[in-house]
Design a protein around this ligand. Structure first.
Ligand code: ATP
Ligand code: MG
Length: 186
C-alpha cells in the first residue's frame, strides 16, 4: 500500500484477526480490516477503548453513513462502562459540532466537523486544547487542515460488498497512532 510521506503503514492485519473473531477479518492487505457487520465495528471500537489514553486522537474518515458515529458511540460506551458508569446516549454531533463526555477522570471529545464554517472555529470550540488533554474522536477531520494532530490514528471507513459490511483502513502518524493501530490489528 502506498502512503503519503510521514505516514506509517499499519502492520499486515494477518490471520490472527480472523482467528480471534469471526466478525473481524483481515481484508488481505496491510492496514485494512473487513468489518462484516455493525457488531464488528463495535468490537473494533471496544478493542481501541482498552488502549486509548488522554491526548490520543482517532480521526474518523469516510462518506456519510460509513459508520463513523457508530464507531464513536461504541468506543465512548466502552470507556464509560470500563469506568463503572452507565453508558450515556451519544447523539451525532453533526449540528453541535462537539459533544463532550466523562469516563471516570477522563474527558472524551466527539466532534463532527462536516459543517465547520472555517478553521478559526476550531480554536473557538477548544478542540486544539482538547487534542492535548482529552481522548478525541473526530469525524470529517479533513476540515482540521494544518490543525490536525500530528500523532493520531486515522480510521477510514467505506462501504463493503454487503449492506452491513465496511472496509476499515488504518493509518498511523506518530507513536501513539502506531500503538493504537497495533492494538486494532493485533
Ligand atoms: N459494519 C458497520 N459499521 C458501522 N455502521 C454500520 C455497519 N453496518 C451498518 N451500519 C449502519 O450504518 C449507519 C452508519 O451511520 P453513522 O451515523 O455511524 O454514519 P457516519 O459515518 O457517522 O455518517 P455522517 O458522515 O453523516 O456523520 C448506522 O445506522 C449503522 O447501524
Ligand atoms: Mg456521523
Amino acid at each position: 500500500m502506498s502512503l503519503p510521506a510521514g505516514q506509517d503503514a499499519v502492520p499486515q492485519a494477518g490471520s490472527s484477526i480472523a482467528a480471534g473473531s469471526s466478525a473481524l477479518a483481515s481484508a488481505g492487505s496491510g492496514g485494512r480490516l473487513l468489518l462484516a457487520s455493525s457488531g464488528a465495528t463495535e468490537q473494533l471500537a471496544r478493542r481501541l477503548a482498552d488502549a486509548v489514553q488522554p491526548g490520543d486522537a482517532i480521526l474518523l474518515e469516510g462518506p456519510i453513513g460509513a459508520g463513523k458515529t457508530h464507531f464513536a458511540r461504541a468506543l465512548i460506551g466502552a470507556l464509560q462502562r470500563a469506568a463503572g458508569q452507565a453508558p450515556e446516549e451519544v447523539p451525532s454531533p453533526s449540528f453541535t459540532l462537539v459533544q463532550t463526555y466523562r469516563a471516570g477522570s477522563r474527558e472524551v471529545w466527539h466532534a463532527d466537523l462536516h459543517r465547520l464554517s472555517g478553521p478559526e472555529e476550531i480554536g473557538e470550540l477548544g478542540l486544539d486544547l482538547a487534542f492535548e488533554t482529552a481522548i478525541c474522536l473526530v469525524e470529517w477531520p479533513d476540515r482540521l487542515g494544518d490543525l490536525a494532530p500530528r500523532d493520531a490514528l486515522r480510521l477510514h471507513l467505506e462501504p463493503g460488498a454487503h449492506e452491513e459490511s465496511r472496509v476499515a483502513t488504518l493509518t498511523a502518524t506518530g507513536p501513539r497512532g502506531r500503538a493504537l493501530a497495533d492494538v486494532a490489528t493485533a
